[in-house]
Design a protein around this ligand. Structure first.
Ligand code: GLN
Length: 203
């Protein structure tokens, strides 16, 4: 059965994720209301601005329904601002910003600083680039967060390979929840989306 995957569509780069999910074999739809959230098997939270997204979750009465679905085990994937939204502890955010506490990580917002605020690199991604004949993954970072600490149940899937931020954790998974600091929806390489579609199918 084809999985139905929502993309939280309050703000951010929604269309790119919808397209990447379609091309990865899922049925994808934007989610702005609780009634739409009820229909999806999994949810992508896109990049954008986490403090704005936090505010809009309240305006659209989506915060509580979303927390409930995540507690029930709905698979979720957050990219960049989406990683911040899914985290349990957020550093360098606004004091009134809310997050979803679905992934046992500490996330530092805008972590790469001014000099490397936006950059690209090739990296290794466990479960994807370690397959036979797989190419490294091109990762695009745009005022991205990094993962500062991970809880015991969290698997680190990718780190920055070199440069000033070498070793920083930029992709993680805990059970049904996946997050990347970078934006696979902008590169045309849909392997992270296919990985998530497989997670939704297995859930
Ligand atoms: N800096 C943004 C934030 O704090 C995230 C940037 C992005 O999603 N590209 O939410």
């Amino acid at each position: 059965m084809t999985a139905t995957i929502g993309v939280l569509a309050l703000q951010g780069d929604v269309r790119e994720h919808v397209a990447a999910l379609h091309e990865s074999g899922a049925y994808a739809l934007p989610v702005r209301r609780a009634s739409e959230l009820e229909r999806v098997d999994g949810l992508v939270i896109p990049g954008g601005e986490s403090t704005t997204m936090s505010n809009l979750l309240g305006v659209f009465d989506l915060y509580d329904p979303l927390v409930d679905r995540l507690r029930d085990g709905m698979p979720a994937y957050g990219s960049c601002a989406g990683m911040i939204m899914l985290g349990s502890r957020i550093l360098d955010t606004r004091s009134d910003a809310r997050h979803l506490d679905a992934l046992d990580i500490t996330v530092r917002r805008n972590a790469f600083g001014r000099q490397v605020a936006s950059f690209e690199t090739d990296l290794a991604f466990t479960g994807i680039t370690d397959l036979p004949d797989a190419e490294p993954m091109r990762a695009v970072f745009i005022r991205a967060p990094w993962v500062e600490t991970v809880g015991a149940g969290v698997e680190v899937l990718a780190t920055v390979p070199d440069g000033p931020a070498a070793g920083r954790v930029v992709a993680v998974r805990e059970r049904n929840v996946l997050a990347t600091s970078f934006h696979p929806e902008v590169t045309g390489d849909h392997r992270v989306h296919r990985y998530f579609v497989d997670m939704v199918g297995a859930a």
